[in-house]
Design a protein around this ligand. Structure first.
Ligand code: HEC
Length: 132
């Protein structure tokens, strides 16, 4: 019985720590994110859209994933090394060129017209890295 209490005590401590961490996260959330409509702070101007270039992961998640997660129309699947190895063998520059300018059913810039060339290249790198 003593042992059981010990386990419960430890479990309680672990749960307590998790709660405390959540608490800290909530308190350290960026200003503005906790505003509710109706609050005074909600009237404050929204923070400027995320500054700086989008990460390869973000571009992938917003655009490339549509085709590259399911392998639509023969798109090399993210996470599938067998799909990517022959592509990577062509050289990264070729893949960048095809991602930017299009290649068969691969649309130019993966349909992210607003993406910069570097952002598209970042998404290519992200897919290659995640598909080894
Ligand atoms: C509408 C579907 C679609 C979207 C969206 C899409 N792709 Fe593709 N992608 C394809 C298809 C299909 C292929 C295979 C083309 C082929 O080999 O004939 C491909 C191939 C590629 C290749 C390999 C090219 C080569 O030379 O082998 C790269 C790199 C690539 N896509 C990058 C991207 C990136 C980066 C994005 C997002 C910014 C993206 N794609 C979004 C359909 C898509």
């Amino acid at each position: 019985m003593k042992k059981l209490f010990g386990i419960l005590f430890v479990a309680g401590l672990v749960a307590g720590t998790a709660v405390a961490e959540d608490d800290v996260k909530a308190r350290t959330a960026p200003v503005g994110s906790t505003c509710m409509s109706g609050d005074e702070c909600a009237a404050a101007p929204a923070p400027a859209a995320a500054a700086g270039p989008k990460s390869g992961k973000d571009v992938f998640g917003s655009f490339c994933t549509t085709c590259h997660s399911a392998g639509l129309m023969g798109a090399p699947k993210y996470g599938t090394a067998a799909d990517w190895a022959p592509r990577v063998a062509k050289g990264k520059e070729t893949l960048y060129t095809h991602a930017l300018g299009g290649f068969n059913s691969m649309p130019p810039k993966g349909m992210c017209a607003a993406c910069t060339d570097d952002e598209i290249k970042g998404a290519v790198d992200y897919m290659i890295e995640g598909s080894k």
